[in-house]
Write a protein that binds this ligand. Sequence first.
Ligand code: ATP
Ligand code: MG
Length: 311
Amino acid sequence: MGQVLSVLDLQKVYEVKRSAFSVQKDLINALCGVSLELDKGKTTGIVGESGSGKSTLARCILLLERPDGGTISFLGRDLLNMPKGELKALRRQMQIIFQDPYSSLNPRKRIFDTIAEPLLFHGIVDRRDVKDKVMEILKNVGLDEDFINKYPHEMSGGQRQRVAIGRSLTTDPALIIADEPVSSLDVSIQAQIVNLFLDIKERTDIAMLFVSHDLNVVRFVSDEIVVMYKGRVVEAGLKDEVFLGPLHPYTKMLINAAKGEYSRREEDTSYDKGNGCPYYARCEERKDCCRESVPPLTGSKDHSVACFSVS
Ligand SMILES: Nc1ncnc2c1ncn2[C@@H]1O[C@H](COP(=O)(O)OP(=O)(O)OP(=O)(O)O)[C@@H](O)[C@H]1O
Ligand SMILES: [Mg+2]
């Protein structure tokens, strides 16, 4: 199995003004040492509540944003230190699918052009064959040929997301990053799109990072799971290891919440978040030592956790 992506100790800090007129700035550690690896044909689900850094991680890997530290290796190449010319060819091999397909599709373009343009631009097919190729891609994402003349506004959310997925497949990518790709869709449509991802996973050897706050969705599509909390990986491993034997109190809480058994401790804001475990204030299993330092991620490749309560 070839490795597609290896992220090591990724850091990203945002500076935000405390208020509109203030000169004081707050630092937000959106990513504090995130690492993960992804092999060909595999899907890793990234879960964590709002603000945990999931999208920041996605944007950094796609070089839509420059991380402040760490390394990203993609297809064996050091992404953060590449000559611009070579980067262009590599970027083609990674594609993103966003939450809202309406904003990611050009409203003035027919579906035919949306899919044909990257095919022609990258010289993947010549003009003579482009129509057949567009049809084939539409078919692969479950849309019939009538769609080629439609505009995004003439389609449903699920159909638009199918087009966005089809477009992402045009460049024959090694990696697709899907950031909450079903969250904006009706629940009844979500399952169809999730099944389409599963179908792509079975038919191709594309590696996928699948970001979602919905554990049931993630569980369905993923081989491995990464649980993020406040910019850190708190638990990671094979899907069944994490879902059937969660170790981190935060993961347990997420899984219970997904089952509807929700209990939540209010955040204790008096706690200085700089030194100890980021989850300390909400933790059901906290100990005194958890205030002293941030627990490191320990364990095996199959299952690792960052928690002092787990030994
Ligand atoms: N451009 C930015 N400028 C300043 N702060 C930012 C920026 N982007 C993200 N952040 C902050 O970084 C942290 C992580 O944000 P991020 O969007 O990555 O979280 P997320 O896990 O994707 O959340 P959600 O589930 O809501 O999409 C948050 O505290 C957020 O406010
Ligand atoms: Mg996000």
